[in-house]
Ligand binder design. Structure first.
Ligand code: CA
Length: 237
């Protein structure tokens, strides 16, 4: 893996300097932008591996940066730094496509650990990247996030795509709910699991001939889910 380039968008100089110093000590190449506008410019010009993004910025907010960058760059890992610990801020950030979230003040060790983890995950995806998934009369373009199904064309959300990629990369394998939460969305495996189940229901609705009798996105009782490209003979719930 070549040297990762980290873009830091942070307006507070003393925070930025501390982070840059430590990231460079870890061997990363670091670019610094003091506003969202400047950061978005750098993203156009440079090959960035990971974005570290402050929320409270002088011009456009970190949320807006996240929203704009996701339009053309759905997979860049984004770590949000925020002075606010409120749950709704966290949720808003994650909804806009941030992958992880740290509340200021945070420890440097924690920060570096998150960065390392996110880069590892990004590499994991890259190594196993599958760009197209074809099964059961469906053709899914995992890059564009579009699908052609028996019911017509549809555009997938980033969360749906992330989950689909994990299934696509490990067909036939039984994946526990915890593994899916972690691999797809970088969430704590211990998180309550209804969200995941709801997403699987959605995938069945999009891609199964009979969503009530799934033959591709299978439930494995007590263990998790399994994706099969070739449908099983017997439908299973
Ligand atoms: Ca700030």
């Amino acid at each position: 893996m070549s040297t990762p380039t980290i873009l830091l968008i942070e307006d507070e100089q003393h925070i930025a300097e501390g982070l840059i110093f430590n990231l460079e000590a870890e061997g990363y190449r670091v670019l610094w932008a003091q506003s969202g506008e400047k950061g978005l410019e750098r993203l156009q010009q440079e090959e960035i591996t990971l974005l570290v993004l402050d929320l409270m910025l002088p011009g456009i907010s970190g949320y807006e940066v996240c929203r704009r960058l996701r339009v053309g760059n759905p997979r860049l890992p984004v770590l949000i730094l925020s002075a606010r610990a409120e749950e709704r801020d966290r949720v808003k950030g994650l909804k806009l496509g941030a992958d992880d979230y740290l509340v200021k003040p945070f420890s440097l060790d924690e920060f570096l650990l998150r960065v390392r983890g996110m880069l590892k995950r990004a590499q994991w995806y890259q190594d196993r990247e599958v760009n197209e998934l074809v099964f059961g009369g469906n053709r899914i373009d995992l890059r564009q996030g579009t699908a052609t199904t028996a019911r017509g064309e549809l555009t997938l959300t980033e969360q749906e795509l992330k989950l689909l990629r994990v299934f696509a990369e490990q067909p036939e394998k039984i994946l526990s709910r915890g593994e899916l939460l972690q691999l797809a969305w970088g969430m704590d495996p211990a998180t309550e699991t209804r969200t995941l189940d709801n997403f699987v229901v959605r995938l069945r609705r999009y891609f199964e001939t009979d969503p009530a009798e799934p033959r591709h996105f299978l439930t494995v009782r007590g263990r998790g889910y399994r994706f099969k490209k070739q449908p099983t003979d017997k439908p299973s719930r």
